[in-house]
Design a protein around this ligand. Structure first.
Ligand code: DUC
Ligand code: ZN
Ligand code: ZN
Length: 483
């Protein structure tokens, strides 16, 4: 009898730390051996000369998340995880959203029902806390953290989602006490509302004014405030979807003051600019690229690349928030002439995240292969308490692996993608690499252009307490409030 269900031969492996050549022996969905000349497997794949990397972990994507404006997310767990697998992602972390007035536990139960029977790759949930009542803070959050929901996102903007500053601080204190990680959407709600009102009063309703209503300073101010609250409470936080210079400067400032502030960025800040929201007022197509914070300009793209190279950013996520361009529940759910403030925020990107970063980061020499693995898998697993089960190539880890095809010459086209969105904002961008094969727990879910996943085979993952969320706990910093 063969020792292994599958052996990948002569794999050119990269982890966040190392590059090495090995045969990878897989049994029961787990990597059980790394070595040379391993005994025969029941099945064999020859990967000679090709990169074999940990499957991508998308730590920020929205699937089948309820909305409150008449729009509906195009991707559920079926199409979202299909799309992820075809792009080399083997674990997703979407969000269980608490509606104001709803219990957090009810939100989680509802979200499980949305995933069950549909997900074809493994998944965990972040929570979105919108209503931190005393019951939520003292009962629900602590018990959900113990049950494996160890990260939550809070918003500083959007009327239906945002927390008051006092509530923000209360949530941070719970995270500190129970060891969870808080992700922050940092934009100043009042500045956006004030600017939006004035733009609309002048008849500036086109998509492109979305960027005018959310200039970098609103992100800078909120990022600074979030960092100050994290310092006050003594708990690390993760600033999500950082778009450019002004927020980066705040994160650097925090680092220079010894604060553990983590930062995430996304493909839209490398590959799109505000011009993609439209150059003229007649440009309806610009709605396709409405997301928040908005993409900036070329100089800011370069700054974000610099941050990926230099370690300002720990993780690179898609922020997949899928709305169709056409159709009654898509970008124009509020009417075909809807003003920019009534167009749902979000763009698709689950399937294209890895190929874009590999092609334009690794193949151009901007990033090492180890940095790529760290940004797209290992650091994400660590940040959310999934390491070492996920995010690396190691004995004992799940066999979530991607064999990469490089030296290809292709352009991204929506017709080739597997999400349920009728466009990609990255249409026409060249890529020189794409996953040839994706393994999820040792099972092939994508091979040579064919999706082979099975709905419902994905497992829900309970997350451990993330090690990066530990507080500094320096008595001299005066954090005596918690005793
Ligand atoms: N924030 C997100 O994280 N995703 C989509 C839209 C938004 O504002
Ligand atoms: Zn956000
Ligand atoms: Zn998001």
């Amino acid at each position: 009898m063969a020792d292994f269900d599958l052996v990948i031969r002569r794999a050119r492996c990269a982890t966040a730390a190392d590059v090495f050549e090995a045969d990878i022996g897989i049994r029961g969905g787990v990597i059980v051996a790394l070595g040379s000349s391993l005994p025969a497997g029941h099945e064999e794949i020859d990967a000679a000369g090709r990169w074999v990397l940990p499957g991508g972990i998308d730590g920020h994507c929205h699937l089948d998340q309820p909305t409150s404006d008449g729009s509906r997310m195009a991707d559920d767990f079926l199409t979202g995880t299909r799309s992820a697998a075809c792009g080399g992602t083997t674990t997703v972390l979407p969000f269980a959203l608490q509606m104001k007035g709803q219990s957090l536990r009810a939100a989680v139960e509802n979200y499980h029902r949305r995933a069950e029977g549909k997900a074809s790759i493994d998944y965990a949930f972040h929570l979105i806390v919108t209503d931190p009542t005393p019951e939520v803070l003292s009962e629900e959050l602590p018990s959900l953290i113990r049950e494996g929901y160890t990260s939550f996102k809070i918003y500083m903007t959007y009327d239906d989602l945002k927390l008051a500053d006092r509530e923000f601080i209360d949530v941070l204190a719970v995270a500190r006490e129970h060891g969870a990680l808080v992700m922050v959407h940092a934009e100043n709600a009042d500045c956006i509302a004030w600017l939006t009102e004035r733009l609309l009063a002048r008849g500036h309703t086109a998509s492109r004014y979305h960027a005018t209503a959310r200039p970098m300073l609103v992100e800078r101010e909120a990022t600074h405030r979030a960092i100050a609250y994290a310092e006050l409470v003594d708990v690390p936080i993760l600033i999500v979807h950082v778009s450019g210079r002004e927020a980066v400067e705040q994160v650097r400032w925090a680092h220079s003051h010894g604060l553990r502030i983590y930062a995430e960025t996304c493909p839209q800040y490398l590959f799109l600019t505000a011009e993609d929201l439209g150059i003229t007022d007649d440009d309806h197509q610009g709605a396709k690229c409405i997301c928040s914070p908005p993409p900036r300009d070329r100089a800011n793209q370069q700054l974000v690349w610099d941050g990926l190279e230099s370690g300002v950013f720990q993780i690179f996520s898609s922020d997949h928030a899928p709305f169709t361009f056409a159709g009654p529940e898509g970008k124009f759910a509020a009417g075909e002439n809807a003003s920019f403030d009534r167009i749902p925020n979000g763009i698709p990107g689950l399937e294209t995240r890895l190929a874009l970063l590999f092609s334009h980061g690794v193949e151009t020499g901007r990033l090492t292969i180890q940095q790529f693995v760290a940004l797209t898998a290992t650091n994400v697993a660590r940040m959310y308490g999934l390491y070492p089960r996920k995010g690396s190539i190691a004995v004992g880890a799940d066999a979530d692996l991607v064999i990469w095809e490089t030296d290809i010459d292709r352009r991204i086209g929506n017709a080739d993608l597997h999400h349920a969105v009728d466009y990609t904002p990255y249409e026409g961008i060249p890529v020189s690499a794409w996953p040839a094969l994706t393994l999820s727990r040792g099972e092939v879910v994508w091979q040579d252009g064919e999706y082979l996943g099975v709905a419902g085979r994905g497992h829900f993952l309970r997350c451990d307490l993330p090690e990066p969320a530990r507080p500094k706990a320096r008595p001299e910093a005066g954090h005596t409030w918690s005793v």
